[in-house]
Write a protein that binds this ligand. Structure first.
Ligand SMILES: Nc1ncnc2c1ncn2[C@@H]1O[C@H](COP(=O)(O)OP(=O)(O)OP(=O)(O)O)[C@@H](O)[C@H]1O
Ligand SMILES: O=P(O)(O)OC[C@@]1(O)O[C@H](CO)[C@@H](O)[C@@H]1O
Length: 323
């Protein structure tokens, strides 16, 4: 198993509400509510730890409300290397309706200052210069106020300097900055990549062309997810496509993070490309059935994997790799 650092610059307490249907402008009474220590990198970390990896979480946490995180980290099985900064970590509302529609309300996050960034760099240097340096690093989620695009680009270059694979999952201008920094992997969804691609990525062909272009631009693993329509993956292993099984989508909030963790797990464990993509896709489909990240301990996980369709698109001699 590997040692992995997961960085969340803008974590969140996710407040998930289950509603029959959301009515704007009215009092809504959810059937259930759940508050969890989250944010993209924390979610990825949680999945990797559940798969047996040694995971360290870092980034910035508000010192005024860090108790739910400090309590959750031992439960998630991850080591806490977050830099505490003045203020409160944001609370993001996730409104999930019976129809499967989810409305996210994500706050801006706490202002980050140059001294906080310097503290983060010192923490990361300490982790990577230790006697047991990590084998991979994930940077996931949005940028808090105070971290502009050039600063983010510099941070990614700094992290790349540790010479382990850097995986980045972000959106908007930060995704463009990340792609320019040439990490080992990015995993936008089809909407998030449209800006970079210059057009909507509605069809398989458009997504395939964009993933190939992304890979050719210097990204070792170009991954594009498209919800229930599945994933396109272009790498040195070829062009692969997966389609998840049909499941009842209750809450899609952590699906992308679960997928990223599943892929990294497969690659770090040296599983075959087919096995890696099947596992990650099935795991992310498991995630959408409930609030929170996906688990491979679900009773029917084997069946979810069997129902996941995986195809290699650039090789006609891979019938054995499909199900
Ligand atoms: N409705 C669904 N049914 C089955 N699987 C799904 C569904 N939605 C998402 N998934 C699985 O989760 C993966 C990631 O989902 P998606 O493309 O929505 O990522 P995302 O937009 O990054 O998610 P996030 O909400 O975590 O940011 C998909 O590739 C798919 O395998
Ligand atoms: O605002 P960001 O950083 O883009 O996304 C934050 C977030 O929506 O991502 C996770 C799900 O992927 C949630 O835990 C969290 O609230």
């Amino acid at each position: 198993m590997a040692r992995v650092v997961c960085i969340t610059l803008n974590p969140a307490l996710d407040l998930a509400f289950n509603l029959d249907a959301l009515t704007l402008g009215h009092v809504n009474r959810p059937t259930g509510a759940q508050l969890e220590a989250a944010g993209k990198g924390v979610n990825v970390a949680r999945v990797l730890a559940s798969l047996g990896h040694e995971v360290i979480v870092s980034g910035f946490l508000g010192e005024e409300n860090d108790a739910p995180f400090s309590l959750a980290f031992p439960r998630y099985g991850v080591e806490d290397a977050f830099v505490r900064v003045p203020g409160n970590t944001r609370i993001n509302a996730k409104l999930a309706e019976q129809s499967g529609r989810v409305t996210d309300i994500n706050g801006p996050g706490m202002p980050i200052e140059a001294s906080h960034l310097a503290a983060l760099r010192t923490t990361l240097s300490g982790l990577f210069e230790s006697s047991a340096p990590p084998q991979a690093v994930v940077v996931a989620g949005s940028l808090p106020p105070g971290i502009d695009q050039p600063t983010f680009g510099e941070l990614l270059t700094f992290v790349k300097g540790f010479r382990v694979p850097l995986w980045v999952d972000t959106s908007g201008p930060a995704l463009l900055t990340a792609i320019a920094a040439q990490p080992a992997a990015v995993k936008p969804n089809e909407t998030e990549l449209a800006d970079w691609a210059g057009s909507a990525l509605d069809s398989d062909q458009q997504r395939q062309a964009a993933a190939k272009r992304l890979h050719a631009s210097g990204i070792e693993h170009a991954l594009i997810s498209a919800g229930a329509e599945g994933v396109l993956w272009v790498s040195q292993h070829g062009t692969w496509q997966s389609t998840p099984p049909t499941v009842t989508a209750t809450n899609t909030v952590c699906a992308g993070d679960t997928f990223v963790a599943g892929m990294l797990h497969g690659l770090l464990s040296q599983h075959s490309p087919e096995e890696t993509l099947r596992f990650a896709t099935a795991l992310s489909s498991e995630a959408v059935r409930h609030v929170g990240v996906g688990t491979s301990h679900a009773d029917d996980f084997d069946s979810l994997q069997q129902q996941t369709r995986v195809r290699r698109l650039d090789d006609t001699h891979t019938e054995g790799a499909t199900r």
